[in-house]
Ligand binder design. Structure first.
Ligand SMILES: Nc1ncnc2c1ncn2[C@@H]1O[C@H](COP(=O)(O)OP(=O)(O)OP(=O)(O)O)[C@@H](O)[C@H]1O
Ligand SMILES: [Mg+2]
Length: 353
């Protein structure tokens, strides 16, 4: 027993001491009797000493933000990215390296990287679109009248908007969970639909000024009258969790009052499931740089060991398309409140048991 313990790597979690992520990761470490500590984001800055991480296995969870103004979120995100770049200098074994987390935070970079490998992704416009005028002009040129506008590096659906414009009548609809409050964009947890063109264009101008990607709005497969997409957690070379997110609106994120459901209930069939597994495997390899066979149940040093993949199935064809990948997208309530398999596997492999 002692011999095994000596070979164990110390595991450090950078996160918020009181978050669910920390609570359940710690629970996994205790269950496996692995030496573990939390370093709170509050104790870290862009210049902090890094010697405490030396020789440890380090997982970086996101800080919990309480900010609601999108412009402040942008500033906070930039500071976060600077701290990640500083952390990259630590002499330790990262679960997902800070560079990997930053790369996946960037929706354009993720989309490009996957597309270069001919992996089916959401159809992103290559143009940098800065204003509502430019957006509508581009939509007309492409004959694409339904789009998603998404801040390039935000998460949790902050600033995500689904926009539809009728080519002849010019009628417009914008679905988003943010709203303009005293001239400032505020993030909420409630999806609303705007129909007034002047207000929509103002909102789009403000959103696009944050730095956004624009994508074709792909109609999603439906189950019992609601559309859904999948959040898949892929780690150590395999899929460990798949949850469907069902919604009446176009944006499926679960904090927007949408429902999680088990993928088994969708009865997807063998062929579709194989296609999903194959897209995930290819996406994984595009990021980790090594083959699934070589990373199966092993710790890969210096790159990616986990990705939370958002994947939609096209309505009709059921072809899987990757929407985005999240380098910290592993918090799955259905898992932590049941077997806690995701974090147990992480702790086991990180510590080298
Ligand atoms: N091009 C698209 N076509 C159809 N639906 C889309 C498209 N892009 C995004 N969505 C929907 O909007 C949701 C949010 O988009 P996305 O995952 O890119 O944003 P996010 O803020 O990074 O979310 P999170 O960080 O919570 O994963 C997706 O889960 C999906 O339901
Ligand atoms: Mg997402």
């Amino acid at each position: 027993m002692k011999a095994i313990k000596r070979e164990m790597r110390r595991v450090i979690l950078i996160g918020d001491s009181s978050s669910k992520r920390t609570l359940f990761f710690e629970k996994a470490a205790k269950a496996l009797d692995v030496p573990f500590r939390v370093v709170d984001w509050e104790a870290l800055t862009e210049t902090s000493a890094l010697d405490l991480f030396e020789g440890a296995a380090v997982k970086i969870d996101p800080p919990s933000y309480s900010i609601v103004h999108l412009s402040q979120m942008k500033e906070q995100l930039e500071a976060y990215q600077r701290t990640l770049r500083h952390l990259a200098k630590a002499d330790c074994a990262f679960f997902n390296s800070p560079e990997t987390i930053c790369r996946m935070l960037d929706k354009r970079e993720t989309n490009r990287r996957l597309k270069a490998r001919e992996i089916l992704v959401t159809d992103m416009f290559p143009e940098e679109i800065k204003t509502a005028d430019q957006l509508e002009e581009t939509m007309r040129e492409k004959h694409c009248y339904s789009v998603f506008v998404k801040p390039s590096c935000f998460s949790g659906a902050a600033g995500v908007a689904a926009f539809r414009m009728h080519p002849r009548s010019g009628n417009r609809k914008l679905y988003t969970s943010c709203r303009l409050e005293r001239g400032r964009l505020v993030n909420t947890k409630k999806l609303t639909c705007m129909e007034e063109s002047v207000r929509i264009r103002r909102m789009l101008d403000d959103l696009l000024a944050l730095g956004c990607v624009v994508e074709r709005w792909h109609p999603k497969a439906e189950f019992q009258g609601k559309s859904y997409d999948l959040r898949i957690v892929f780690q150590f070379g395999h899929i460990i969790s798949m949850v469907a997110r069902q919604s009446r609106g176009p944006i499926t994120n679960l904090h927007l009052n949408n429902q999680a459901m088990s993928v088994e209930d969708l009865e997807l069939g063998e062929t579709i499931q194989q296609k999903i597994a194959s897209v995930c495997k290819d996406a994984w390899e595009a990021f980790s740089g090594i083959s699934v066979a070589d990373s199966e149940s092993k710790f890969v040093f210096g790159g990616a060991n986990m990705a939370g993949m958002d994947l939609l199935l096209e309505k009709g064809t059921m072809r899987p398309r990757i929407i985005e990948m999240n380098g910290q997208g592993d918090l799955i309530y259905q898992d932590i409140y049941n077997e806690n398999r995701i974090y147990l596997e992480q702790v086991r492999i990180l510590s080298g048991i």
